[in-house]
Write a protein that binds this ligand. Structure first.
Ligand code: SF4
Length: 209
């Protein structure tokens, strides 16, 4: 099963690397397809690659990515081990502008195909653009982050984008609360994201706290 999903994702990535569907293909160094475990039960979705991501070919590797990794580690998640991370658009918008609706529309087919292979139980949308595209167009991210939505049998949670947290550190405690809620959701709904040993430690810590 792992091998099947890995092969399917590798094949999809090879096709995606050649994509010229929208104008973002012209300025890219790399197509940033995604990173993670093909068997992940939790899929994180951001809006698109920035400069560092474009240079390295991996999502969330700049300053915002370092913060994201820290927050993931705090709830026993790891981008290489037990989650998958992808973006709405796979190529970098110039000067890090928001991806335009038509670019999102053209690129989202790749994300749909990633979703069809991975079949996550939980989707976490990192920031307004991803949440508006995936959860609901009129999302108010400052007010609705941390709320759990259910769509087509999948649980979905919008969270503040780590780059926004770097700009507004006062929002970090609220964002951390959202991650603790996410951990609770994972404990309730996912089978293998956490090992039995991790579950024991998490539950013991929660009982103490
Ligand atoms: S952003 Fe998406 S649709 Fe546009 S060229 Fe890159 S992979 Fe293709």
């Amino acid at each position: 099963m792992t091998e099947d999903k890995k092969l399917l994702l590798d094949d999809l990535e090879n096709q995606c690397r050649m994509c010229q569907r929208c104008g973002l293909a012209r300025g890219r160094h790399h197509v940033v397809f995604g990173v993670g475990n093909p068997l992940a039960e939790v899929l994180f979705i951001g809006e698109g690659p920035g400069e560092q991501e474009d240079l390295k070919g991996e999502p969330f590797v700049g300053k915002a990515g370092i913060l994201l990794d820290k927050m993931l580690r705090a709830i026993d998640l790891d981008r290489k081990q037990n989650i998958y991370i992808a973006n709405i658009v796979k190529c970098r918008p110039p000067q890090n502008r928001d991806p335009q609706p038509e670019e999102q529309e053209l690129c989202i087919a790749w994300l749909r195909r990633q979703f069809a292979v991975i079949r996550p139980k939980i989707i976490v949308c990192l920031g307004r653009i991803a949440a508006a595209r995936i959860i609901k167009p009129d999302i108010r991210i400052k007010k609705e982050h941390g709320i759990v939505f259910r769509k087509g049998g999948v649980l979905m949670m919008p969270v503040l984008h780590p780059a926004a947290l770097l700009r507004n550190p006062a929002d970090k405690p609220g964002a951390f609360e959202d991650f603790l809620r996410l951990q609770e959701l994972i404990l309730q709904h996912c089978g293998h994201t956490y090992t039995d040993e991790q579950k024991e430690v998490i539950l013991a810590e929660r009982n103490r706290g």
